[in-house]
Design a protein around this ligand. Structure first.
Ligand code: CDP
Ligand code: CDP
Length: 216
């Protein structure tokens, strides 16, 4: 029934999903969904309101009243640019907490599916191929060792003039992966029909070439 084609790219933090999703969406001229950014904006709203990050009912009730938008290359919450704020590890950690709550995930489903628009969509996240777009035309699952993913994050931070300790980043990433993979609803795992790519020893061009070969 889904006439607009979808390609999903799932996997843990720092596997290279966003990079590949962006390259692919550009190449195909398709829309892009950064579902993690949606969860991050919702988590930021919860932090701003000082809500209990385990209070599922209150968190889920907050979501429909939020104005979450992506335009001009920025993420917006209720008319304010929050692109930078949603990227820090504090927000990431809050994000994986609220993302474990089924009512929160259900409240964000419709917004995510609304990105499926002509001529096509490249969707990046944890459960794009398993839950949000189970009928996707192509599904990819990117992974890499936690050390490599933490090193990539460190490099990203240093390019932004920020610093962090590699051991802290490895710890943060492992804690978040553990939370994402062990939750009962939409856990981080490859769809049965996903193509698995270990990006540990591949640069982005090499990963992109593998992806293009599969969709050709
Ligand atoms: O979206 P996700 O958290 O999965 O990862 P990303 O933000 O696309 O990539 C994290 C960082 O790793 C970026 O700085 C990429 O340029 C880099 N990267 C890499 O070094 N090698 C790859 N094969 C893919 C990404
Ligand atoms: O960029 P990175 O891969 O580190 O994270 P992200 O894609 O921005 O996602 C941040 C957090 O949101 C993840 O650790 C998950 O807890 C949650 N998330 C999710 O539960 N489902 C998604 N489809 C996307 C993100």
């Amino acid at each position: 029934i889904d006439t607009v084609p979808v390609i999903t790219i799932d996997g843990p933090a720092g596997a290279g999903k966003g990079t590949i999703a962006c390259l692919l969406a550009q190449k195909l001229g398709w829309h892009m969904l950064d579902s993690g950014a949606i969860y991050r904006v919702a988590a930021l709203a919860a932090l701003q309101r000082k809500l209990d990050l385990q209070d599922e009912t209150t968190l889920a009730a907050m979501i429909p009243i939020l104005k979450i938008e992506f335009r001009d290359g920025e993420a917006w919450l209720d008319g304010e640019v929050v692109t930078g704020e949603i990227r820090n590890e504090n927000c990431a950690s809050a994000t994986s907490k609220i993302a474990a709550l089924p009512a929160v995930r259900a409240a964000l489903l419709e917004l995510q599916r609304s990105f499926q628009q002509s001529p096509g969509l490249v969707a990046d996240g944890r459960d794009m191929g398993t839950v949000v777009f189970p009928g996707a035309n192509h599904k990819f699952y990117l992974t890499a060792s936690a050390e490599i993913r933490a090193e990539r994050r460190l490099k990203q931070l240093s390019e932004q003039g920020l610093s962090a300790k590699l051991c802290d980043l490895i710890q943060d990433i492992n804690a978040r992966d553990e939370r994402d993979a062990s939750r009962p609803v939409a856990p981080l795992k490859p769809a049965d029909d996903a193509v698995l790519i270990d990006t540990s020893s591949l640069d982005r061009g090499e990963v992109f070439a593998v992806v293009l070969r599969h969709i050709a």
